[in-house]
Design a binder for this molecule. Structure first.
Ligand code: 6U4
Ligand code: NA
Ligand code: NA
Length: 161
């Protein structure tokens, strides 16, 4: 890896009559299109990573959060691609505004026992249990060129994050 992109990934949780759900977005274009995912994207010049996370959530889901909690760090490397991805994962529990579909994402609430892992990035099901267990985590994944197969990975708890 000779360079990296810094990205954000935000999961907002909500309570629906006592049932806990998470907001996912069906990515309609670009990197990861066709997958349900959290909201996020590239951090821009002049903003902090947290500011980037808040901005992307508003751009992609139409909602504003006043507080996001750092939840994890993920590193991705795709075979043959010298640019690694450093993804900062956040958790949000409250928000303002109305969840809306945007050009990039179609949002939908999923109950925690019906997460569509088979239509998500394949790494998600590996780190998700640590994430929903409210442990701060880190994970590294080496993907094949096809961006589907995971060749190597490790995930750990990272309480000092
Ligand atoms: P543009 O369209 O250039 O503005 P932008 O919205 O800045 O793009 P985008 O959508 O390419 O960035 O960001 C990629 C998103 O996908 C980030 O939220 C991080 C997330 N992501 C990338 N690899 C992932 C992976 N393996 N597993 C995962 N999320 C991943 O769960
Ligand atoms: Na994005
Ligand atoms: Na962006």
């Amino acid at each position: 890896i000779t360079s990296k992109k810094v990205l954000t990934l935000v999961f907002v949780f909500g309570d629906f009559d006592g049932e806990r759900r998470v907001l996912l977005g069906m990515k309609k274009r670009g990197f990861g299109a066709g997958y349900w995912n959290g909201f996020g994207g590239k951090v821009e010049k002049g903003e902090t990573i947290l500011e980037g996370a808040v901005r992307e959530l508003e751009e992609e889901a139409g909602i504003r959060v006043s507080h996001l909690e750092r939840a994890g760090m993920l590193w991705f490397h795709f075979e043959g691609d010298p640019t690694g991805l450093e993804v900062h994962v956040y958790r949000g529990e409250t928000f303002e505004g109305v969840v809306s579909e945007t050009e990039e994402m179609r949002p939908e609430w999923f109950s925690l026992d019906k997460i569509p892992f088979h239509i998500m990035w394949p790494d998600d099901q590996i780190w998700w249990p640590v994430f929903v267990g409210n442990k701060k985590f880190c994970g590294r994944f080496r993907f094949a060129k096809d961006q589907k197969e995971i060749l190597a990975h490790d995930v750990g708890i990272f309480e000092s994050l």
